[in-house]
Design a protein around this ligand. Structure first.
Ligand code: ZN
Length: 681
């Protein structure tokens, strides 16, 4: 079969056949590095799906092109064109979909990185382009794959260790709950392959990791394994449901084959990510970005979760007084159940408040504890009185079956354990934004609170909304993030610049707009990696993690101490949860530990607010029993870039000795029980 090669910026792509299937992808002039893609059978680097008004579907790939060409311009940009790609529904061949496809591969920022873009021109007005999958790269493992690792941006960042442990992932992006950034990294002993969508608009898309084990008979002789993991990205165009829509990717997919590991993958991504408007410029611009001193002043060191009214008001306030005295730092409280409606019921009809709420909030103010009541930033209960009174259904996200000009759109409904049906609302609508703005205005103005916790905005994905009445194109596009950024601008106009605003989970696009992102959900010590702070430390802030009464009360509170230690070395604000549990006399060592962590964080707050996280040290603990929480270590660069600080925490109630390795240094540290230290290194 005819084969031809193109090389773009150190990345060699081998194409085969008349229709330019992807054969191999490898680093140019690196004979010691095996190919990253080595397809034994022709494989299309893209696929597109179209549907028509009768619900017929056509799946098109490069194999169905009438003609294909490739050329490389003097600029180094390669252009691949497939013309007249045709196909029918497999069950009904009475209509034909037809597209032309163009892929460009342009040099990236570093040798080995290339920017891939796709354009799909839909030539059949009776068909609507529903999705574009591009690129599809079947990655060859290193040897038997046992030393390979795969990294993905779930929470702090997650890792599969070993090919055998890599399971299929299909994740919608961006979604702080489990896909807060736009990159993945496959690490082999001989290098690193990263795939990232550099999409400032954060349009809806999906990332996929799929096991594609070959029949051993088909495995090429020059590789040991017949196993593959296929990486791909699904893009959702604008004007889905509109016949004849096309897609021209407004953002590149950056593919890089370079030396390095997960931290290097994060730094490469950071070169782009740390320049994005949502990372550096709050939505309420043209107000200038808060000066550094302002950002440090806005830091909260420790968070408490307060449930109104799980105990008498006087008990709340007496315990909080003791807590504030014991921790001796500025506390903030995230306030739940301040409203008369039950949790996750009748949103957004939060007012009127419970009778206990105002005395609790007044008491918090007196104690100097900042209060941020909970609201949900995206859900409306379809049985709330206001759903019908205000005809809210007009402004909820409208879903559609896959077809051209569907007759019926429908609200999507979610459940969260309250037994109620809650509908996500479209942030492109003035109606929904005005609803959230009014809640924030009342919480700050009527209740006198210091801020608002706006749930789910960073946690949940940009939805495909098919309404034709919301002022945005149906389907994909940038309206979701644009709507949320406009919402933040409108909230700031209503409540002023000093009010604290927080939201749920690590979605990169909320970094500049919110004072902190609640990292509550994740604690899987062996699988989690601090990818998010490795990219974004110094530009935004995370806070807290979920912990239970048992974490504090069982086994001398080892789990609680482990969680807090990790928050500190990864730069997050501490706490979140009912900290008054620490006031019980048997918990005194934990309370003292928490006080030490808070003091250390306050002392070095400018580093955590404005500095950079450096490659974390490796920790070898030679004193601990396997059940002991391991020593935690983080290496940070100060904001001026002149100094490095090593934070080390022993979360165990036993003394510990551990070897820390970073750069080319080794450091043996001995730590007393429940202890934290910082060294300049
Ligand atoms: Zn909409």
């Amino acid at each position: 079969m005819k084969r031809q090669e193109i090389t773009v910026n150190g990345l060699t792509i081998e194409l085969c056949g008349e229709t330019l299937e992807l054969a191999t992808l490898r680093r140019a002039a690196n004979p010691g590095v095996a190919a990253w893609v080595n397809n034994p059978a022709p494989a299309s680097m893209w696929s597109v799906q179209l549907v028509d008004a009768e619900g017929r579907r056509a799946e098109l790939t490069s194999a169905k092109a009438a003609k294909a060409d490739v050329s490389v311009a003097s600029s180094g940009v390669a252009t691949l064109v497939w013309r007249d790609v045709r196909g029918q529904d497999a069950r009904d061949a009475s209509a034909t979909a037809a597209v032309d496809v163009m892929v460009t591969v342009a040099p990236g920022d570093v040798t080995g990185q290339a920017m891939w873009r796709i354009r799909v021109d839909n030539r059949a007005p009776a068909w609507t382009l529903w999705q574009v999958v591009f690129p599809t790269l079947a990655v060859v493992p290193g040897g038997d794959g046992s030393a390979d690792e795969f990294y993905y941006p779930d929470g702090w960042g997650r890792r599969f260790k070993g090919l055998a442990n890599m399971t299929d992932l299909h994740r919608r992006a961006s979604r702080g709950w489990d896909w807060g950034m736009q990159l993945v990294a496959y690490v082999r002993p001989d290098g690193l392959l990263t795939l990232a969508t550099l999409d400032e608009s954060c349009s809806p898309k999906s990332f996929h990791l799929v096991r594609r084990d070959l029949d051993p008979a088909d495995a090429p002789a020059d590789t040991i394994a017949a196993k593959r993991v296929e990486l791909s990205v699904t893009h959702f165009p604008e004007d889905m449901t509109v016949g004849g829509n096309s897609f021209s990717s407004p953002y590149p997919v950056a593919v890089a084959a370079v030396d390095g590991d997960w931290f290097d993958a994060c730094q490469l991504y950071a070169r782009w990510a740390r320049r994005q408007p949502w990372a550096v410029t709050p939505a309420h611009a043209p107000l200038p970005k808060p000066p550094a001193a302002g950002r440090v002043a806005r830091e909260v060191h420790c968070w408490h979760v307060l449930q109104v009214p799980d105990k008498p008001v006087e008990t709340h306030l007496a315990q909080l007084q003791k807590l504030a005295d014991a921790l001796d730092i500025d506390l903030a409280a995230q306030v739940y159940n301040w409203h008369q409606v039950p949790f996750d019921v009748s949103y957004p009809d939060y007012f009127p408040v419970r009778p206990e709420t105002l005395p609790v909030l007044t008491g918090l103010r007196r104690l100097g504890i900042r209060s941020l009541p909970y609201i949900n930033g995206r859900l409306w209960d379809i049985n709330a009185p206001s759903w019908t009174d205000r005809q809210a259904e007009r402004f909820c996200v409208h879903y559609s079956a896959q077809r051209v000009n569907p007759r019926t759109l429908f609200p999507y409904l979610e459940e969260y354990g309250s037994g109620q049906k809650l509908s996500p609302m479209c942030p492109a609508t003035d109606f929904w934004r005005a609803t959230v703005v009014d809640l924030c205005r009342r919480i700050v103005g009527e209740l006198g609170c210091d801020g608002v916790y706006i749930d789910q905005i960073a946690a949940e994905k940009a939805e495909l909304c098919f309404s034709r009445d919301h002022g945005h194109a149906p389907g994909g596009g940038r309206f979701w993030l644009d709507g949320y950024r406009k919402l933040l601008r409108e909230i700031r106009q209503a409540v002023g610049p000093d009010v604290l605003l927080t939201t749920e989970c690590n979605w990169e696009a909320c970094l500049a707009d919110y004072d902190a992102l609640l990292s509550w959900a994740w604690f899987v010590p062996d699988a989690e990696v601090p990818m998010f702070p490795a990219v974004y430390a110094g530009l935004g802030q995370s806070f807290g993690c979920v912990w239970s009464k048992e974490d504090v009360q069982r086994n001398d509170g080892r789990v609680f101490a482990h969680k807090m230690a990790r928050l500190l070395v990864w730069g997050a604000q501490l706490g979140w949860g009912d900290l008054t549990l620490l006031l019980d006399q048997p918990r005194r060592p934990l309370l003292d530990f928490m006080r030490r962590l808070c003091a250390l964080r306050r002392q070095h707050v400018s580093t955590f607010a404005l500095g950079r996280m450096l490659r974390p040290p490796t920790v070898t603990d030679d004193t601990a029993a396997p059940a002991e929480p391991p020593v935690q270590a983080g290496l940070w660069q100060t904001p001026d870039g002149d100094a490095r600080q090593l934070f080390v925490v022993n979360p165990s109630p036993l003394p510990r000795r551990a070897m820390l390795r970073f750069d080319n240094q080794s450091l043996l540290v001995e730590l007393s029980s429940l202890h934290a230290e910082v060294w300049a290194v």
